[in-house]
Design a protein around this ligand. Structure first.
Ligand SMILES: C[S@@+](CC[C@H](N)C(=O)[O-])C[C@H]1O[C@@H](n2cnc3c(N)ncnc32)[C@H](O)[C@@H]1O
Length: 586
C-alpha cells in the first residue's frame, strides 16, 4: 500500500497533531514578531531563529522581485540593441535565442526555483510548519543557515546583474561583443547552411595537390614575367641592391619549376637563347607539333593523295612553300596511320624537320647512297623516292629490332632499291665504301624533340651530352670515310641531329672539318637559322654559318640541326696533317 493511501478500515478519531498545527493563524494585519517591535517581550531562542528566518525571507523576496524587474529591463535594452544591429547588418532572420551563452542571463530558472522554495517555506513558517530539509535548522560550519546561504547566493547574482545593468558602457561593450559573436555564428551559418542543403564533396588529396600546384604555378609564372621585365630594362627597373646574376639565378630556378626542367638543361638553354626567345622556345616545347605527312611519289601525287584524304573527311593543307610533297593534317575523322591510303604506302607520317636533311642530301637517281643510322626508315623512304627507286640505298642501323620497322616501311612504301644491314656504323668504312652520298642521322640527346618526349627535360645531364658528342664524332668520321670524294656529282655527307646542343652539332662538325678533307657547303634550304661560329668558350670555323638550325618556336617544327659537307679528297689526313690544318685555320 502506498504511503498516502488511507486504510479504509481505520477509525478516524479527529484531526491529528499535524492537522492541528496546520490550522490557519488568526493574525492581525502587519503583525511581525521582532525584538524591535516588542523589545520587552521575552521570546524563546527558537522563536528568535524563526523571526530571523522570516526577516531574511522577506528581504529575499523583495530582492528577487527587484532583480527580476532589472533583468527584464536589461533584456529589453539588449533586444532593442539587437534589433538595431539586425536592421543594419540585414543578415539573417532566424532565431538566435539558442546562440546566447547559457550562463549569461539565465537567472530565471534558478530564481524561480529559489523563489518558489522560499514562498513555500514562508507559508509553512507562517503556518508554524517545519520544512523537512531544515527541520533541525542545520547551521553551516560558519554558523549560516541553509536559507541564509541561498539568500546570499541570490543577492550576489542580483548585485552582479545590477552592476551590469548600471554600468552602461560595460553593458554596451558586452552586448556588442555578444552581437559580434552572434554575427560570426550567423555568418558561419550562411556557409554551413549551404553544406546542409548540398553535399559538400571533400576534394581528394590529389585534387588539392593539383589546385595547389596550379596556384603555385600561377605565382611562379608572374614572377618569371616580372624578372624578365626587369632584366629587359635592367638600368631602370632593377633593385640597386641586387645584381643581374641574382635576377638570372631566380629566373633560372623559376623556369625549372614552371616548365619542369632540370637545372642542367635549363642552364644550357639559357646560354643558347636571348631571354624572350628562351621563353618562346620553352613554351613551344609544351605544344605538340602539327601532324605532317609526306607524299610517297613512288606511288601517288600530292594532289591525288590530298583529294583521297579530303574525301574521307580529313582536313589538310599543303605543308609549306619549301616542300612539294608535304601536307599538314589539322583534323581527321579516321586515324591518320590507318587509312587505306596509308596502308597502301601513299604517304609517310613524318615531322617536317625530317624532310630537311634529305632535301639537303639531294640524292640523285642511280646513285649509291648510305643511310648509316636509318631505323625506322622515315628518311630512307624519302631518299628512295628522290632516287626514283633507282641506284642503291644501303640502309644500316645498329639496332636489329628497329630494323624490322625499316623492312615494314620499305615494303609498304614500295622501296625496291635498298639493302638493309645491321652494323655498328663506326666500322662501316671497313665493310664497304665508295658511296656518292651519306646520310648520318646521328643518335643524340633529343633536346630538339621535347614536345614528343618530355622525359628529356629531366633525364639529361652533362655526361649524356658528352657521351653523345663523342659517339657522334666517331660516326661522322666513319660517314666521311665511307664516302667517295671522286663520285660523279657526289662526295656529299649530310650530318643531322634532333638536338639543339652545340656540343652535338657545331662542335662535331668543327671536329670533322679538322680531321678530314671536307668542307661545309650550302644546304640548299631556304629557311632555318645559321649555326654558331662563336659560342661561349667555343670558336668554330667561319663556314659553320652554312649549317642550319631549326627551332620549334621559330619554324613550328622539331628542333633540328643540318650540316652538308663536300668531301674533296679521299686521303685521310695524318695526325701531323691535322696539326698543320689546325695551325693554318688559326
Ligand atoms: C635518330 S635515329 C635515326 C632515325 C632515322 N634516320 C629515321 O629517319 O627514321 C638514330 C638511330 O641510330 C641508331 N644507332 C645508334 N648508334 C649506332 C651505331 N653505332 N651504328 C649504327 N646505328 C646506330 C639507333 O639505333 C637509331 O635507330
Amino acid at each position: 500500500m502506498g504511503r498516502n493511501q488511507r486504510d479504509p478500515d481505520r477509525v478516524v478519531r479527529g484531526p491529528g497533531p499535524k492537522s492541528r498545527r496546520q490550522k490557519d493563524l488568526a493574525m492581525p494585519k502587519n503583525y511581525d514578531i521582532t525584538e524591535e517591535q516588542e523589545p520587552n517581550k521575552k521570546i524563546s531562542s527558537r522563536a528568535k531563529v524563526r523571526a530571523k528566518k522570516r526577516d531574511l525571507k522577506k528581504q529575499l523576496l523583495t530582492s528577487l522581485v527587484e532583480a527580476k524587474a532589472e533583468k527584464k529591463e536589461a533584456d529589453k535594452i539588449e533586444e532593442e540593441d539587437e534589433i538595431k544591429e539586425e536592421e543594419t547588418l540585414q543578415l539573417l532572420s532566424d532565431d538566435d535565442s539558442d546562440d546566447m551563452p547559457d550562463d549569461e542571463f539565465d537567472l530565471d530558472d534558478d530564481d524561480d526555483h529559489v523563489e518558489a522554495e522560499i514562498r513555500d517555506r514562508v507559508i509553512g513558517e507562517m503556518r508554524g510548519e517545519d520544512h523537512e530539509d531544515d527541520s533541525s535548522d542545520d547551521e553551516g560550519e560558519d554558523g549560516e543557515l541553509p536559507i541564509e546561504r541561498k539568500t546570499k547566493q541570490v543577492l550576489q547574482k542580483r548585485s552582479q546583474l545590477s552592476k551590469d545593468c548600471n554600468d552602461n558602457s560595460a553593458q554596451n561593450l558586452r552586448s556588442h561583443a555578444y552581437l559580434f559573436d552572434k554575427r560570426a555564428v550567423k555568418e558561419n551559418n550562411i556557409q554551413t547552411n549551404i553544406a546542409e542543403t548540398e553535399t559538400f564533396v571533400l576534394p581528394s588529396g590529389q585534387e588539392i595537390e593539383k589546385e595547389n600546384t596550379l596556384l603555385f604555378k600561377n605565382h611562379i609564372h608572374q614572377r618569371i614575367k616580372d624578372v624578365v621585365a626587369v632584366l629587359s630594362d635592367f638600368g631602370n627597373k632593377r633593385d640597386p641592391e641586387r645584381t643581374r646574376k641574382d635576377y638570372v639565378n631566380v629566373l633560372r630556378k623559376d623556369l625549372c619549376t614552371y616548365y619542369s626542367y632540370n637545372d642542367f638543361l635549363l642552364s644550357k638553354f639559357m646560354d643558347m637563347f636571348p631571354l624572350t626567345e628562351l621563353i618562346a622556345f620553352l613554351e613551344a616545347n609544351e605544344v605538340n607539333r602539327p601532324i605532317t605527312i609526306r607524299t610517297n611519289t613512288l606511288k601517288t601525287k600530292r594532289r591525288d593523295l590530298a583529294q583521297a584524304l579530303i574525301s574521307r573527311g580529313v582536313n589538310l593543307d599543303p605543308l609549306a612553300k619549301w616542300t612539294k610533297v608535304g601536307l599538314v593534317v589539322y583534323e581527321s575523322p579516321v586515324p591518320i596511320g590507318a587509312t587505306p591510303e596509308y596502308l597502301a604506302g601513299h604517304y609517310m607520317i613524318q615531322g617536317a624537320s625530317s624532310f630537311v636533311p634529305v632535301m639537303a642530301l639531294a640524292p640523285q637517281p642511280g646513285e649509291r647512297v648510305l643511310d648509316m643510322c636509318a631505323a625506322p626508315g622515315g628518311k630512307t623512304t624519302y631518299i628512295a623516292q628522290l632516287m626514283k627507286n633507282s641506284g642503291f640505298i644501303f640502309v644500316n642501323d645498329i639496332n636489329k629490332a628497329r630494323l624490322k620497322a625499316v623492312v615494314g616501311n620499305m615494303h609498304r612504301m614500295g622501296v625496291s632499291n635498298s639493302v638493309i644491314s645491321n652494323y655498328d656504323a663506326r666500322s662501316f668504312p671497313t665493310i664497304m665504301g665508295n658511296f656518292s652520298r651519306v646520310l648520318l642521322d646521328a643518335p643524340c640527346s633529343g633536346t630538339g624533340v621535347i614536345s614528343k618526349d618530355p622525359s628529356v627535360k629531366t633525364s639529361k645531364d652533362d655526361s649524356d651530352i658528352t657521351k653523345c658528342s663523342h659517339l657522334q664524332k666517331e660516326l661522322i668520321l666513319a660517314a666521311i670515310d665511307s664516302c667517295n670524294a671522286q663520285a660523279q656529282n657526289g662526295g656529299y655527307i649530310v650530318y643531322c641531329t634532333c638536338s639543339v646542343m652545340v656540343e652535338e652539332n657545331e662542335e662535331v662538325v668543327n671536329y670533322a672539318l679538322k680531321k678530314r678533307n671536307v668542307k661545309l657547303v650550302q644546304t640548299g634550304l631556304e629557311f632555318g637559322v645559321e649555326g654558331f661560329c662563336k659560342y661561349r668558350q667555343y670558336r668554330f670555323h667561319p663556314s659553320l654559318k652554312q649549317t642550319r638550325r631549326f627551332y620549334p618556336h621559330s619554324h613550328n617544327m622539331d628542333g633540328f640541326f643540318v650540316a652538308k659537307f663536300k668531301k674533296f679528297s679521299n686521303k685521310i689526313p695524318s695526325s701531323d696533317d691535322v696539326k698543320e690544318k689546325q695551325e693554318v685555320k688559326e
